[in-house]
Design a binder for this molecule. Structure first.
Ligand SMILES: Nc1ncnc2c1ncn2[C@@H]1O[C@H](COP(=O)(O)OP(=O)(O)OP(=O)(O)O)[C@@H](O)[C@H]1O
Ligand SMILES: [Mg+2]
Length: 266
């Protein structure tokens, strides 16, 4: 397998500038290292405030690490050069509607990354957008829709379309499916798995759902208070968890019917 991403000793500290205890240093993430192979799916789990979104943001370039390096295909990424990585690493957020521009049509939003990253003419851009809409299960007609005219599942499909439009190597999804109805969630996760197979994309999922993790993840990373406390294959962590927290997170039965076997096999 080919190593697509290598994270070496990245950490994140915040300094409170104002308010109570100005100057106080908050450690969101202690130094961590891990790597991701091409086509692999990594799940990040942990309690609230344990640093999961911080890792996602550092990898996607939305935040700059306090220390450490991130390598994409062996090449060190400049933490201050977002453009360098935005073509290769894309992020999908929890709130699909809020992450879309309400005043721009779906087609125009999807075409935007193509303006900045390709020298294609308008016709080629439009046909690539239509083809991408089809890949995520939407129709060419959706090109002219505005986000508020779409269902929540369709909105998340547009976000996925925007994430794959530049054919990235890695997609980072931060609790991207939590707000969806269970049957829609199963369809969207199946869509992501199909895209992964077709395009060889590596996925990093932040999730609280043991069910989703067991269904899609090759490896799991467990966070606790900003520290990586366990990392391994899904099989190993389910069979032989070394930490009590890992056991609790992975063996917690879903109270919310996150995925059902009938829906996931659609
Ligand atoms: N901009 C910031 N300024 C100060 N502290 C921050 C900032 N962003 C995150 N933190 C702190 O870093 C820690 C980790 O936050 P993070 O968002 O990564 O948690 P999380 O694991 O994603 O939690 P959740 O499951 O609730 O989404 C938290 O204590 C949080 O308060
Ligand atoms: Mg979070």
């Amino acid at each position: 397998m080919t190593k697509v991403l290598e994270v070496v000793d990245i950490s994140k500290y915040y300094i409170h500038k104002t308010g109570w205890l100005p100057g106080k240093k908050i450690c969101a993430l202690e130094p961590i290292s891990f790597s991701l192979e091409r086509g692999e799916t990594l799940a990040i789990m942990g309690e609230t405030g344990s640093g999961k979104s911080t890792i996602a943001k550092l990898i996607a370039g939305a935040e700059v690490p306090s220390q450490g390096d991130i390598f994409l295909n062996g090449q060190r990424l400049d933490p201050h050069n977002y453009r360098q990585r935005c073509q290769h690493i894309r992020m999908i957020f929890q709130d699909a509607l809020r992450s879309l521009n309400p005043e721009t049509s779906v087609g125009a939003q999807l075409a935007e990354p193509l303006h900045f990253n390709t020298d294609w003419d308008q016709e080629k851009k439009t046909s690539h957008v239509v083809e991408t809409l089809r890949k995520v299960g939407l129709l060419p007609d959706h090109y002219n829709f505005y986000p508020h005219m779409l269902s929540s599942g369709q909105q998340q499909r547009v976000c996925i379309a925007r994430a794959i439009i530049l054919e990235p190597q890695i997609i980072v999804a931060d609790e991207a499916f939590v707000a969806l109805d269970p049957s829609i969630r199963a369809q969207i996760i199946n869509l992501m798995l199909d895209l992964q197979q077709d395009m060889g994309i590596s996925f990093i999922f932040v999730t609280h759902s043991a069910e989703i993790v067991k269904h899609i993840a090759d490896k799991i990373l467990i966070m606790h208070h900003g520290r990586l406390i366990e990392f391994g294959t899904t099989e190993a962590l389910i069979k032989n968890p070394q930490q009590e927290l890992t056991k609790n997170l992975l063996h917690a039965e879903s109270k919310h019917n996150v995925l059902t076997h009938s829906t996931i096999q659609e």
